[in-house]
Design a protein around this ligand. Structure first.
Ligand code: PMP
Length: 420
Protein backbone atom coordinates (compact mmCIF):
# COMPACT_ATOMS: atom_id res chain seq x y z
CA UNK A 1 0.00 0.00 0.00
CA UNK A 2 1.42 3.40 -0.77
CA UNK A 3 2.00 5.85 2.07
CA UNK A 4 -1.01 7.97 1.18
CA UNK A 5 -3.45 5.06 1.06
CA UNK A 6 -2.05 3.87 4.36
CA UNK A 7 -2.69 7.30 5.83
CA UNK A 8 -6.29 7.26 4.69
CA UNK A 9 -7.01 4.20 6.80
CA UNK A 10 -5.71 5.94 9.94
CA UNK A 11 -7.96 7.92 12.21
CA UNK A 12 -7.63 11.67 12.69
CA UNK A 13 -6.87 13.11 16.16
CA UNK A 14 -4.93 10.34 17.87
CA UNK A 15 -4.93 10.17 21.66
CA UNK A 16 -1.55 11.89 22.09
CA UNK A 17 -1.56 11.69 25.90
CA UNK A 18 -2.35 7.98 25.69
CA UNK A 19 0.48 7.43 23.19
CA UNK A 20 2.89 9.19 25.52
CA UNK A 21 2.26 6.46 28.09
CA UNK A 22 3.76 3.97 25.62
CA UNK A 23 7.20 5.47 26.36
CA UNK A 24 8.42 4.29 29.77
CA UNK A 25 11.56 6.44 29.63
CA UNK A 26 9.56 9.68 29.61
CA UNK A 27 8.18 8.95 33.04
CA UNK A 28 11.17 10.03 35.13
CA UNK A 29 12.71 13.01 36.85
CA UNK A 30 16.01 14.54 35.80
CA UNK A 31 17.79 16.76 38.33
CA UNK A 32 14.58 16.70 40.37
CA UNK A 33 12.33 17.88 37.51
CA UNK A 34 10.01 15.91 35.22
CA UNK A 35 11.97 14.98 32.11
CA UNK A 36 11.12 17.08 29.05
CA UNK A 37 12.82 15.29 26.20
CA UNK A 38 13.35 17.70 23.31
CA UNK A 39 16.29 16.08 21.56
CA UNK A 40 14.31 13.98 19.12
CA UNK A 41 16.21 15.11 16.04
CA UNK A 42 19.27 13.40 17.56
CA UNK A 43 17.38 10.25 18.48
CA UNK A 44 13.80 9.40 19.39
CA UNK A 45 12.60 7.43 22.39
CA UNK A 46 11.23 3.92 21.95
CA UNK A 47 7.70 2.72 22.74
CA UNK A 48 7.11 -0.37 24.85
CA UNK A 49 6.05 -2.48 21.80
CA UNK A 50 9.46 -1.86 20.26
CA UNK A 51 11.26 -2.86 23.47
CA UNK A 52 9.09 -5.98 23.72
CA UNK A 53 9.72 -6.87 20.13
CA UNK A 54 13.48 -6.86 20.81
CA UNK A 55 13.02 -9.12 23.83
CA UNK A 56 10.74 -11.42 21.87
CA UNK A 57 13.27 -11.85 19.11
CA UNK A 58 16.11 -12.79 21.48
CA UNK A 59 13.90 -14.90 23.73
CA UNK A 60 12.25 -16.92 20.96
CA UNK A 61 13.78 -16.68 17.50
CA UNK A 62 17.44 -15.67 17.59
CA UNK A 63 19.51 -17.37 14.89
CA UNK A 64 21.56 -16.22 11.92
CA UNK A 65 19.73 -15.47 8.68
CA UNK A 66 19.99 -16.92 5.16
CA UNK A 67 22.24 -19.74 6.37
CA UNK A 68 20.67 -22.36 8.57
CA UNK A 69 18.16 -24.95 7.56
CA UNK A 70 16.94 -25.31 11.12
CA UNK A 71 13.68 -23.86 12.44
CA UNK A 72 15.08 -20.86 14.30
CA UNK A 73 17.14 -19.77 11.33
CA UNK A 74 14.08 -20.09 9.11
CA UNK A 75 12.02 -17.99 11.48
CA UNK A 76 14.72 -15.39 11.75
CA UNK A 77 15.13 -15.22 7.97
CA UNK A 78 11.40 -14.92 7.37
CA UNK A 79 11.10 -12.10 9.93
CA UNK A 80 14.17 -10.31 8.58
CA UNK A 81 12.91 -10.47 4.99
CA UNK A 82 9.40 -9.46 5.99
CA UNK A 83 10.96 -6.42 7.68
CA UNK A 84 12.39 -5.57 4.27
CA UNK A 85 8.98 -5.94 2.62
CA UNK A 86 7.40 -3.77 5.30
CA UNK A 87 10.08 -1.10 4.89
CA UNK A 88 9.50 -1.11 1.15
CA UNK A 89 5.79 -0.59 1.76
CA UNK A 90 6.57 2.22 4.23
CA UNK A 91 8.38 4.04 1.40
CA UNK A 92 6.17 2.99 -1.51
CA UNK A 93 9.08 0.97 -2.94
CA UNK A 94 9.62 -2.65 -3.95
CA UNK A 95 11.33 -5.05 -1.60
CA UNK A 96 14.56 -5.57 -3.63
CA UNK A 97 15.06 -1.80 -3.54
CA UNK A 98 15.60 -1.82 0.24
CA UNK A 99 19.11 -2.31 1.59
CA UNK A 100 19.59 -2.54 5.34
CA UNK A 101 22.50 -0.47 6.62
CA UNK A 102 23.63 0.92 9.98
CA UNK A 103 21.87 4.22 9.38
CA UNK A 104 21.63 7.27 7.17
CA UNK A 105 25.36 7.84 7.34
CA UNK A 106 26.22 4.37 6.15
CA UNK A 107 23.55 4.50 3.43
CA UNK A 108 25.06 7.68 1.99
CA UNK A 109 28.57 6.25 2.23
CA UNK A 110 27.38 3.18 0.35
CA UNK A 111 26.07 5.30 -2.51
CA UNK A 112 29.20 7.47 -2.56
CA UNK A 113 31.63 4.58 -2.46
CA UNK A 114 29.86 2.05 -4.65
CA UNK A 115 27.61 3.96 -7.07
CA UNK A 116 29.62 7.19 -6.96
CA UNK A 117 33.02 5.63 -7.53
CA UNK A 118 31.69 3.97 -10.68
CA UNK A 119 29.70 6.87 -12.11
CA UNK A 120 31.39 10.07 -10.98
CA UNK A 121 34.55 11.05 -12.82
CA UNK A 122 37.16 13.78 -12.83
CA UNK A 123 35.55 17.11 -13.73
CA UNK A 124 32.00 16.01 -12.80
CA UNK A 125 30.04 18.00 -10.27
CA UNK A 126 28.26 16.78 -7.14
CA UNK A 127 25.58 19.22 -6.06
CA UNK A 128 24.80 19.58 -2.34
CA UNK A 129 23.10 22.35 -0.40
CA UNK A 130 24.46 24.62 2.29
CA UNK A 131 22.12 23.05 4.85
CA UNK A 132 23.49 19.48 4.66
CA UNK A 133 24.40 17.36 7.65
CA UNK A 134 28.03 16.22 7.76
CA UNK A 135 26.78 12.75 6.77
CA UNK A 136 25.71 14.21 3.46
CA UNK A 137 28.89 16.22 2.98
CA UNK A 138 31.92 14.23 4.04
CA UNK A 139 31.26 11.05 1.99
CA UNK A 140 31.01 13.27 -1.14
CA UNK A 141 34.14 15.21 -0.25
CA UNK A 142 35.99 11.91 0.14
CA UNK A 143 34.70 10.75 -3.23
CA UNK A 144 35.41 14.08 -4.93
CA UNK A 145 38.98 14.00 -3.66
CA UNK A 146 39.41 10.42 -4.85
CA UNK A 147 38.11 10.91 -8.39
CA UNK A 148 38.81 14.61 -8.96
CA UNK A 149 35.18 15.76 -8.97
CA UNK A 150 33.91 19.18 -7.85
CA UNK A 151 31.30 19.98 -5.20
CA UNK A 152 28.92 22.91 -5.53
CA UNK A 153 26.57 24.21 -2.87
CA UNK A 154 23.03 25.39 -3.48
CA UNK A 155 22.76 28.44 -1.20
CA UNK A 156 20.54 28.95 1.81
CA UNK A 157 18.86 32.35 2.01
CA UNK A 158 20.11 33.27 5.53
CA UNK A 159 18.36 33.07 8.92
CA UNK A 160 15.06 32.34 7.17
CA UNK A 161 16.71 29.08 6.12
CA UNK A 162 15.19 28.36 2.73
CA UNK A 163 16.99 26.98 -0.29
CA UNK A 164 17.52 29.74 -2.82
CA UNK A 165 15.35 28.05 -5.42
CA UNK A 166 15.46 31.08 -7.69
CA UNK A 167 19.08 30.16 -8.37
CA UNK A 168 18.46 26.48 -9.05
CA UNK A 169 19.12 26.74 -12.80
CA UNK A 170 22.54 28.19 -12.06
CA UNK A 171 23.41 25.08 -10.07
CA UNK A 172 21.54 22.29 -11.84
CA UNK A 173 23.83 22.19 -14.84
CA UNK A 174 24.79 19.43 -17.24
CA UNK A 175 28.07 18.64 -15.48
CA UNK A 176 26.16 17.69 -12.30
CA UNK A 177 25.99 13.91 -11.96
CA UNK A 178 24.38 13.72 -8.54
CA UNK A 179 22.22 16.04 -6.46
CA UNK A 180 22.07 14.98 -2.82
CA UNK A 181 19.99 17.02 -0.39
CA UNK A 182 18.15 16.83 2.86
CA UNK A 183 14.39 16.59 2.98
CA UNK A 184 14.13 18.33 6.37
CA UNK A 185 17.00 20.38 7.77
CA UNK A 186 18.07 19.20 11.22
CA UNK A 187 19.03 22.76 12.22
CA UNK A 188 16.58 24.97 10.35
CA UNK A 189 13.47 22.79 10.32
CA UNK A 190 13.06 23.70 6.65
CA UNK A 191 11.02 21.23 4.62
CA UNK A 192 12.52 21.17 1.16
CA UNK A 193 10.28 20.61 -1.88
CA UNK A 194 11.76 17.18 -2.57
CA UNK A 195 9.50 16.18 -5.47
CA UNK A 196 10.06 19.46 -7.30
CA UNK A 197 13.84 19.29 -6.84
CA UNK A 198 13.96 15.67 -8.02
CA UNK A 199 11.88 16.49 -11.07
CA UNK A 200 14.12 19.40 -12.01
CA UNK A 201 17.18 17.16 -11.63
CA UNK A 202 15.63 14.25 -13.51
CA UNK A 203 14.99 16.44 -16.56
CA UNK A 204 18.75 16.82 -16.86
CA UNK A 205 19.46 13.14 -16.16
CA UNK A 206 20.91 13.98 -12.72
CA UNK A 207 20.67 11.23 -10.11
CA UNK A 208 19.13 12.33 -6.80
CA UNK A 209 19.65 11.21 -3.23
CA UNK A 210 17.23 12.32 -0.54
CA UNK A 211 18.50 12.42 3.03
CA UNK A 212 15.32 11.51 4.89
CA UNK A 213 16.92 11.23 8.34
CA UNK A 214 14.61 13.95 9.69
CA UNK A 215 11.54 13.21 7.57
CA UNK A 216 11.04 9.44 7.66
CA UNK A 217 8.65 8.74 10.50
CA UNK A 218 7.68 12.42 10.68
CA UNK A 219 5.70 12.76 7.47
CA UNK A 220 4.36 10.51 4.69
CA UNK A 221 7.12 9.45 2.29
CA UNK A 222 6.58 7.81 -1.04
CA UNK A 223 9.64 7.38 -3.23
CA UNK A 224 7.58 7.10 -6.42
CA UNK A 225 5.72 10.33 -5.67
CA UNK A 226 8.94 12.11 -4.74
CA UNK A 227 10.80 10.61 -7.68
CA UNK A 228 14.18 10.33 -5.95
CA UNK A 229 16.73 7.73 -7.06
CA UNK A 230 18.15 7.03 -3.61
CA UNK A 231 16.80 7.74 -0.13
CA UNK A 232 18.41 7.19 3.25
CA UNK A 233 17.06 7.09 6.79
CA UNK A 234 17.91 5.80 10.27
CA UNK A 235 15.74 3.59 12.46
CA UNK A 236 16.76 5.20 15.74
CA UNK A 237 15.19 8.55 14.91
CA UNK A 238 11.77 7.00 14.33
CA UNK A 239 11.17 4.86 17.41
CA UNK A 240 13.42 2.01 16.24
CA UNK A 241 16.73 0.84 17.67
CA UNK A 242 20.18 2.25 16.97
CA UNK A 243 22.32 0.34 14.48
CA UNK A 244 19.72 -0.16 11.75
CA UNK A 245 19.10 2.08 8.78
CA UNK A 246 17.80 1.94 5.28
CA UNK A 247 18.99 2.76 1.82
CA UNK A 248 16.32 2.82 -0.85
CA UNK A 249 17.73 2.67 -4.37
CA UNK A 250 15.75 2.59 -7.58
CA UNK A 251 16.11 -0.96 -8.85
CA UNK A 252 17.92 -0.13 -12.06
CA UNK A 253 20.47 1.97 -10.17
CA UNK A 254 21.11 -0.72 -7.59
CA UNK A 255 21.54 -3.26 -10.40
CA UNK A 256 24.23 -1.02 -11.93
CA UNK A 257 26.02 -0.57 -8.62
CA UNK A 258 28.97 -2.81 -7.81
CA UNK A 259 29.31 -4.27 -4.30
CA UNK A 260 31.05 -2.12 -1.72
CA UNK A 261 31.90 -4.39 1.20
CA UNK A 262 32.87 -8.00 0.57
CA UNK A 263 32.22 -11.02 2.75
CA UNK A 264 29.63 -13.65 3.52
CA UNK A 265 25.98 -13.30 2.47
CA UNK A 266 26.67 -11.10 -0.58
CA UNK A 267 28.16 -13.79 -2.82
CA UNK A 268 26.79 -16.34 -5.25
CA UNK A 269 29.98 -18.30 -5.57
CA UNK A 270 33.50 -17.87 -4.25
CA UNK A 271 36.44 -19.54 -5.95
CA UNK A 272 40.20 -19.26 -5.49
CA UNK A 273 40.35 -17.10 -8.59
CA UNK A 274 36.97 -15.41 -8.88
CA UNK A 275 33.86 -14.49 -6.95
CA UNK A 276 30.38 -13.78 -8.24
CA UNK A 277 27.87 -11.64 -6.40
CA UNK A 278 24.21 -11.79 -5.51
CA UNK A 279 21.71 -9.36 -6.93
CA UNK A 280 20.64 -6.33 -4.93
CA UNK A 281 19.77 -5.88 -2.14
CA UNK A 282 21.80 -8.79 -0.72
CA UNK A 283 24.85 -7.76 -2.75
CA UNK A 284 25.16 -4.77 -0.42
CA UNK A 285 24.70 -6.62 2.86
CA UNK A 286 28.01 -8.38 3.52
CA UNK A 287 28.32 -10.28 6.79
CA UNK A 288 25.73 -10.91 9.47
CA UNK A 289 23.27 -8.01 9.31
CA UNK A 290 21.57 -6.29 12.23
CA UNK A 291 18.84 -8.93 12.28
CA UNK A 292 17.11 -7.84 15.46
CA UNK A 293 17.41 -4.21 14.37
CA UNK A 294 15.54 -4.83 11.12
CA UNK A 295 12.84 -6.91 12.81
CA UNK A 296 12.33 -4.34 15.53
CA UNK A 297 12.33 -1.54 12.94
CA UNK A 298 9.30 -3.24 11.40
CA UNK A 299 7.52 -3.00 14.76
CA UNK A 300 8.40 0.71 14.89
CA UNK A 301 7.05 1.28 11.37
CA UNK A 302 3.80 -0.51 12.24
CA UNK A 303 3.52 1.59 15.38
CA UNK A 304 4.05 4.87 13.52
CA UNK A 305 1.62 4.00 10.77
CA UNK A 306 -0.92 3.10 13.45
CA UNK A 307 -0.73 6.75 14.52
CA UNK A 308 -0.51 8.08 10.97
CA UNK A 309 2.43 10.01 9.60
CA UNK A 310 0.14 12.81 8.42
CA UNK A 311 -1.08 13.19 12.02
CA UNK A 312 2.49 13.13 13.33
CA UNK A 313 3.57 15.82 10.88
CA UNK A 314 0.70 18.06 11.91
CA UNK A 315 1.41 17.54 15.61
CA UNK A 316 5.16 18.22 15.09
CA UNK A 317 4.32 21.40 13.20
CA UNK A 318 1.91 22.64 15.86
CA UNK A 319 4.51 22.19 18.57
CA UNK A 320 7.21 23.85 16.47
CA UNK A 321 5.10 26.87 15.64
CA UNK A 322 4.02 27.18 19.29
CA UNK A 323 7.71 27.08 20.28
CA UNK A 324 8.68 29.57 17.56
CA UNK A 325 6.01 32.08 18.61
CA UNK A 326 6.75 31.68 22.32
CA UNK A 327 10.50 32.07 21.89
CA UNK A 328 10.17 34.99 19.47
CA UNK A 329 7.92 36.79 21.97
CA UNK A 330 10.71 36.68 24.57
CA UNK A 331 12.87 39.04 22.50
CA UNK A 332 16.67 39.01 22.52
CA UNK A 333 16.71 35.76 20.60
CA UNK A 334 17.74 34.77 17.09
CA UNK A 335 15.66 31.94 15.66
CA UNK A 336 16.88 30.05 12.62
CA UNK A 337 14.73 28.68 9.83
CA UNK A 338 11.38 29.61 8.36
CA UNK A 339 8.58 31.02 10.49
CA UNK A 340 5.89 29.18 8.54
CA UNK A 341 5.74 25.59 7.34
CA UNK A 342 8.62 24.39 9.47
CA UNK A 343 9.04 20.83 10.66
CA UNK A 344 9.13 19.88 14.35
CA UNK A 345 12.27 21.60 15.54
CA UNK A 346 13.51 25.07 16.46
CA UNK A 347 17.15 26.20 16.71
CA UNK A 348 17.94 29.49 18.38
CA UNK A 349 20.58 31.62 20.02
CA UNK A 350 20.18 34.03 22.92
CA UNK A 351 22.00 37.35 22.75
CA UNK A 352 25.37 36.92 24.45
CA UNK A 353 24.70 33.48 25.94
CA UNK A 354 26.61 30.50 24.58
CA UNK A 355 24.38 27.67 23.32
CA UNK A 356 26.11 25.23 25.67
CA UNK A 357 25.18 27.42 28.64
CA UNK A 358 21.56 27.46 27.51
CA UNK A 359 21.53 23.68 27.17
CA UNK A 360 23.24 23.13 30.53
CA UNK A 361 20.84 25.53 32.27
CA UNK A 362 17.87 23.72 30.69
CA UNK A 363 19.29 20.32 31.61
CA UNK A 364 19.46 21.36 35.26
CA UNK A 365 15.70 21.91 34.98
CA UNK A 366 14.99 18.54 33.35
CA UNK A 367 14.87 19.70 29.73
CA UNK A 368 16.97 17.81 27.19
CA UNK A 369 18.05 20.13 24.35
CA UNK A 370 20.94 19.91 21.98
CA UNK A 371 23.66 22.54 21.76
CA UNK A 372 26.46 22.78 19.23
CA UNK A 373 26.68 22.76 15.45
CA UNK A 374 24.37 19.72 15.13
CA UNK A 375 26.75 18.28 12.49
CA UNK A 376 25.92 21.32 10.33
CA UNK A 377 29.20 23.18 10.66
CA UNK A 378 29.21 24.74 7.18
CA UNK A 379 25.64 25.99 7.70
CA UNK A 380 26.57 27.49 11.06
CA UNK A 381 29.56 29.19 9.44
CA UNK A 382 27.29 30.58 6.74
CA UNK A 383 25.00 31.96 9.45
CA UNK A 384 28.06 33.51 11.11
CA UNK A 385 27.76 31.45 14.30
CA UNK A 386 29.56 28.51 15.84
CA UNK A 387 26.70 26.86 17.61
CA UNK A 388 23.02 27.05 18.40
CA UNK A 389 20.58 25.49 20.85
CA UNK A 390 17.94 23.19 19.40
CA UNK A 391 14.61 21.90 20.66
CA UNK A 392 13.24 19.08 18.55
CA UNK A 393 9.84 17.48 18.98
CA UNK A 394 8.04 14.24 18.36
CA UNK A 395 4.45 13.13 18.73
CA UNK A 396 4.82 12.29 22.43
CA UNK A 397 5.77 15.88 23.30
CA UNK A 398 3.06 18.22 24.53
CA UNK A 399 2.23 21.92 24.39
CA UNK A 400 2.76 22.02 28.16
CA UNK A 401 6.35 20.87 27.58
CA UNK A 402 6.87 23.62 25.02
CA UNK A 403 5.50 26.13 27.54
CA UNK A 404 7.96 24.79 30.09
CA UNK A 405 10.77 25.25 27.56
CA UNK A 406 9.79 28.87 26.97
CA UNK A 407 9.60 29.52 30.72
CA UNK A 408 13.07 28.04 31.24
CA UNK A 409 14.52 30.07 28.36
CA UNK A 410 13.05 33.19 29.97
CA UNK A 411 14.77 32.19 33.24
CA UNK A 412 17.99 31.61 31.29
CA UNK A 413 17.86 35.15 29.92
CA UNK A 414 17.36 36.53 33.41
CA UNK A 415 20.12 34.38 34.90
CA UNK A 416 22.70 35.39 32.30
CA UNK A 417 21.44 38.97 32.06
CA UNK A 418 20.97 38.39 28.32
CA UNK A 419 20.19 41.74 26.63
CA UNK A 420 16.87 42.02 24.79
N1 PMP B 1 21.20 13.58 8.01
C1 PMP B 1 20.47 14.35 8.82
C2 PMP B 1 19.64 15.45 8.24
C3 PMP B 1 20.47 14.10 10.19
O1 PMP B 1 19.75 14.89 11.00
C4 PMP B 1 21.26 13.05 10.69
C5 PMP B 1 21.32 12.76 12.18
N2 PMP B 1 21.39 13.89 12.99
C6 PMP B 1 21.98 12.26 9.80
C7 PMP B 1 21.94 12.57 8.46
C8 PMP B 1 22.84 11.13 10.26
O2 PMP B 1 22.07 10.11 10.82
P1 PMP B 1 22.78 8.89 11.53
O3 PMP B 1 23.73 9.46 12.53
O4 PMP B 1 21.65 8.15 12.18
O5 PMP B 1 23.47 8.10 10.48
Amino acid sequence: MNARLQEMSVKKNPDWEGLRKDFPILNQKVHGHPLVYLDNAATSQKPRVVLESLDHYYEKDNANVHRGIHELSNRSTVSFESARTRTAQFLGADSPEIVFTRGTTESINLVAQAWGAKHIRAGDTILLTEMEHHSNIVPWQMLAERVGAKIRWLPVTGDEGLLDLGRLDEFLTRDVKLFSFTHISNTLGTVNPAAELCERARKLGIVTLLDAAQSAGHCPLDVREIGCDFLAFSGHKICGPTGIGVLYGRQQLLEETPPWQGGGEMILNVGFDKTTYKKPPHRFEAGTPDISGAIVLKTALDYLDGIGRENIFQHDQELASHAYDGLAALGGIRIFGPKKGRAGLVSFLLNDVHAHDVVTFADQRGIALRGGHHCNQPLHKKLGIESSARASFYFYNTKAEVDRLIEVIRETQKFFGSPR
